[in-house]
Design a protein. Structure first.
Length: 86
């Protein structure tokens, strides 16, 4: 079974109000050395063990369904398959 992780983040030039809210709250936690906070989303997709073109299919899913390409970027990470013990 293939597991793919898709991370979706706002593009750097897009304002991130959630990140700004977290950054503004940090001093109340006595955390004062953080310069920036950006909030995104992580999506995990598990493909059938017989799935083909997992990377290509993941790219289609991320580009057409998970991310808004106008304001968001995404990265895809395919987790290595575990090695079965003899």
């Amino acid at each position: 079974m293939a597991r793919v992780v898709v991370d979706v983040m706002l593009k750097p030039e897009i304002l991130d109000p959630q990140g700004e809210a977290v950054l503004g709250a940090l001093p109340r936690l006595n955390v004062t050395e953080v310069a920036s906070v950006r909030i995104g989303k992580r999506v995990e997709i598990e493909f059938d063990e017989n799935a083909r073109n997992v990377e290509e299919q993941s790219r289609v899913i991320a580009d057409q369904l998970l991310a808004n390409p106008v304001i968001e970027d995404f990265t895809i990470y395919i987790e290595p398959s575990p090695i079965e013990a003899p």
